[in-house]
Design a protein around this ligand. Structure first.
Ligand code: OGA
Ligand code: NI
Length: 364
């Protein structure tokens, strides 16, 4: 039974979109012609398309060369990107290209279902903690909601994934995870090595001990200039790997300290067959600030719905994260305190997106 809403009534809107699981998709399907006030962002959070003219077309790294004679050059390109923008794209990454198409199709298929099919995975009723469907980020806490629905699939083991992940996407999501793990570990190893630190395989494994595949759905929006798909934020883990479709709209902030008036945002252009990689908070913490957890956000469009499929790679929840001892010794100071990753994650998911505020939880 679909609930009704009137766009002037905040409570019925919230119930319709969030509690009953209709999502932004349900709102759009109900035929609205302008965004409800609950979705209107304050001016400094809106995304002005003109401001973000620069595009990162030449930051694409060919990973097939990482094992060849050009290893040093490629490793340098990876570390340079992680030290500056915190974002880059990779090709020849080992994830089959047909799989990338299947993933986008599966995302569209999942979200095209009627609300009651998706609502079974809502927080509080989902049959397992390894799957969660929802909308926005933390709707209960957000003044302005994000124009996005999502389904999150946490990997614990194959059996859980196959039993609990939605049947529309479980096979492709699992294959995506399996075919990308080695590549992500290799990138992490390259980044750790560049810090002059040796990691054995079990320490490396710890850094990707928690992995979650998300499917994001950004429906068309009647007022893209007033809304955001995802608000400004950084990711919590070590490295995020993301598949985007051809629509575009993912922006990364250049530089850390620009004042709001001087901020520059660069678009990560869609490149067919490429995957986007970005540094998360954990890697900034481990590297004592050398690698930059990139602040990013997503614009909405009025023409076509967009999907993206990130894998968030993060440490096992029981692991204590903090700046690597070798770097603290070298730098003469720790820029962050040690925290148990579970606590970092709890704080991350308890607050609405607000730039890089998430890192304050670990400030020394
Ligand atoms: C995210 C995110 C970007 C995108 O899910 O954390 O930043 O392009 N997504 O969907
Ligand atoms: Ni993100």
């Amino acid at each position: 039974m679909a609930s009704t809403f009137t766009s002037n009534d905040d409570t019925s809107l919230f119930n319709f979109v969030v509690k009953d699981g209709n999502g932004v998709k349900g709102l759009v399907d109900s035929g609205l012609t302008e965004v409800p006030s609950r979705y209107i962002q304050p001016p400094h959070h809106r995304i002005n398309k003109e401001l973000a003219a620069e595009s990162l077309a030449n930051m694409t790294i060919d990973l097939s060369e990482l094992d060849g004679p050009n290893h040093d050059q490629v490793a340098k390109a990876i570390t340079h990107a992680a030290e500056t923008l915190g974002f880059f794209q990779v090709v020849n990454h080992g994830v089959p290209l047909e799989l990338l198409d299947s993933l986008k199709a599966a995302a569209h298929k999942f979200f095209a279902q009627p609300a009651e099919k998706k609502a079974v995975y809502l927080k509080g009723v989902s049959p397992s903690p390894v799957v969660k469907y929802g909308t926005s980020f933390v709707p209960e806490k957000e003044k302005a909601l994000e124009w996005k629905d999502y389904v999150s699939m946490t990997y614990t083991n194959d059996a859980d994934a196959l039993e609990f992940w939605p049947s529309e996407c479980k096979d492709v999501a699992l294959e995506y995870l399996k075919t990308s793990t080695e590549m992500v570990k290799k990138l992490l190893q390259t980044l750790i090595e560049n810090l002059g630190v040796k990691f054995n395989d079990s320490r490396l494994e710890e850094l990707v001990g928690f992995r979650m595949v998300n499917m994001n759905f950004y429906p068309t929006c009647p007022n893209p200039e007033l809304t955001v798909g995802v608000g400004r934020h950084s990711d919590m883990g070590t490295l995020t790997m993301l598949l985007q479709d051809g629509i575009g709209g993912l922006y990364v902030k250049k530089g850390e300290n620009a004042s709001p008036e001087d901020e520059e945002w660069i678009e990560i252009p869609p490149i067919d067959g490429a995957l986007v990689i970005n540094v998360g908070d954990t890697l900034q913490i481990l590297s004592n600030g050398r690698y930059k957890s990139a602040e990013h956000r997503v614009r909405t469009t009025s023409t076509e719905s967009r999907v993206s499929v990130p894998i968030f790679n993060a440490p096992s929840p029981v692991v204590k994260i903090g700046p690597l001892a070798e770097l603290v010794a070298r730098d003469g100071m720790a820029r962050y305190r040690k925290v148990i990753f579970q606590e970092y994650m709890n704080n991350f998911f308890a607050n609405s997106h607000d730039g890089k505020k998430s890192l304050d939880f670990a400030s020394a």
